[in-house]
Write a protein that binds this ligand. Structure first.
Ligand code: XMP
Length: 509
């Protein structure tokens, strides 16, 4: 399979670059800029992309790279910081720009360059830089300019080295898609062999070979990733696969039954469901601190899960639905941990497996979904919105009780029902109900009530790092509010959360 390397210098769009390459049916992988050159050489890439990054190339502490990478004979494309780095590596001049450019800017391109093939001379690109290339290195020529940037793009055609100051990977760059296509197909001569049908076929064959006649155990959560991993493994080894589904009683209304029905009717596998709401609630009794709740739910989940696995006489392999973004080692250290999330599972020492299998570890989320659809997994699961591991536990503020879980499940089901009926759910990235630890006074008939409050939350976002609250039409909110107060016992008030992230987070805890 042909591969493109995205060499990560810490820019915010780095995963996006890899995804855009894959959108062109070419496999891309991201490696940190600390990866040794020998390793890069040995991996046989068709092309290399240097990403953007927050630093200035002339600072000694900034991430640099071995100059030999430009002599590998592999085509290179530098983007933003990557563009300046190429200039710096080859003896050009990079300095603080007299005018920083940020946002949509018109670029004038040399349309004779292979990089700009089929792109108009003038187009809009997305810029975000404070340094610029004041003088291009020897052997390079300028192939793009803007009013304030004398070198918005440069090339060394003889050596197949190209660089752009702007970001072709973001949609604001009008012809960014074409530019990346040119790099991949015209400059790197890729053929486009990364297609999902082939992926399924190759993965199923590789899984069969690796697993042989052994068993596999997978923890199924009902989320997209573990569901698709289950689908692939089932196709590969059928009944040799055991899926363990721990239902802690903190899922949405009827969700546990839906997951069980889907997997037992659609796929050939052993399905083990463990119902343990009572155990969870007793561990959570009296606990109100959000992080402590998360910790208890996480710990208890794995206790139940591993105990179930200990019962399996023949364990074989352990499979996980880990996806590519969970595995990437970033070029620039870790971002701040705001809340504890789980990705890879830590295994207890007393349980021995033949090995670990991660059939989705090369895929981005949208690719996982594409595979899921091709495997025939229902749309409700494949397009399921994100759902936190601790489930409704982080949507019930304060102590969690069985009564509160029921109230929240009913209110949430009404919200989802109305959003689905009107089709409005398609416009939202995530939406759900929250049960705050608040009671308020109301009136029903002639009676005073003192009952629970439900908060509705709906957001739109590209990446969940930031999010906007969704401007759901008032009549739709009115319908949801009306139904919740009429149909859900012990709720007498509904409010709508109008906080973006930041300063809020998507979940309330
Ligand atoms: P926040 O609340 O951090 O949420 O803005 C961002 C996205 O992450 C989901 N989320 C979680 N997912 N385990 C998960 O697997 C968790 O503990 C968790 N907490 C939040 C959240 O639903 C949103 O999509």
């Amino acid at each position: 399979m042909e591969k493109i390397l995205v060499l990560d210098f810490g820019g915010q769009y780095n995963q996006l670059i890899a995804r855009r390459v894959r959108d062109n049916n070419v496999y891309a992988e991201i490696l940190p800029c600390t990866t040794p050159i020998e390793e890069i050489r040995s991996r046989g890439y068709k092309g290399i992309i240097f990403t953007g990054g927050p630093n200035s190339v002339y600072d000694e502490s900034s991430p640099h790279y071995a100059k030999e990478i430009l002599d590998l004979g592999v085509p290179v494309l530098g983007i933003c910081y990557g563009c300046q780095l190429i200039s710096w590596m080859r003896g050009g001049e990079v300095k603080t720009a007299p005018v920083s450019e940020y946002g949509k800017i018109e670029v004038t391109a040399d349309t004779k360059s292979l990089l700009f093939k089929g792109i108009p001379e003038k187009s809009i690109v997305w810029m975000s830089h404070t340094d610029y290339i004041a003088k291009v290195p020897e052997g390079f020529s300028v192939i793009g300019t803007t009013d304030d940037c004398p070198c918005a793009a440069m090339e060394n055609r003889a050596e197949n080295i190209y660089a752009v100051q702007f970001h072709p990977e973001v949609t604001h760059s009008e012809y960014g898609k074409q530019l990346l296509h040119n790099f991949l197909y015209v400059i790197c001569h890729c053929s486009g062999d990364w297609v999902m049908d082939d992926f399924i076929e190759n993965t199923v064959a590789a899984l069969r070979e690796k697993i042989g006649d052994k068993k596999v155990i997978l923890g199924l959560s009902g989320g997209v990733d573990s569901s698709v991993a289950a689908g692939l493994l089932s196709r590969a080894v059928g009944k040799q696969l055991t899926c363990v589904f721990v239902d802690q009683g903190l899922m949405r209304k009827d969700e546990g039954d839906f997951v069980e029905k889907t997997f037992t009717s659609l796929f050939d596998m052993r399905f083990v469901r463990v119902n343990c709401q009572e155990e969870f609630l007793s561990k959570l009794k009296g606990v109100t601190d959000p992080e402590e709740k998360r910790k208890i739910i996480g710990t208890e989940f794995y206790n139940v899960f591993w105990n179930e696995i200990r019962k399996e006489a023949d364990k074989g392999f352990f499979a996980q639905g880990t996806i590519y973004p969970d595995c990437i080692e970033s070029g620039k250290g870790d971002a701040d941990v705001i809340k504890t999330h789980h990705n890879r599972v830590k295994m207890p020492e007393d349980i021995e497996f033949e090995g670990v299998i991660e059939p989705l570890c090369d895929l981005f989320k949208d690719e996982v979904r594409a595979v899921g659809e091709k495997l025939g997994i229902p749309k409700e699961l494949v397009w399921r919105q994100p759902f936190p591991g601790p489930g409704l536990g982080v949507r019930i503020i304060g102590e969690i009780t069985a009564e509160k879980v029921k109230i929240l499940q009913e209110a949430d089901a009404i919200f989802r029902d109305e959003m689905a009926k009107t089709g409005y759910e398609k416009q939202l990235s995530q939406f759900f109900a929250v049960l705050p630890d608040v009671k308020t006074v109301g009136v029903m008939g002639d009676h005073r009530t003192y009952d629970h409050l439900i908060a509705l939350r709906a957001v739109t976002t590209d990446n969940f790092m930031t999010a906007d609250w969704a401007q759901i039409p008032y009549d739709l909110l009115a319908k949801v509010s009306n139904r919740i107060t009429n149909e859900v016992d012990h709720v007498n008030r509904v409010v709508y959360d109008i906080t973006s992230k930041p300063p809020g987070t998507v979940e309330w805890e």
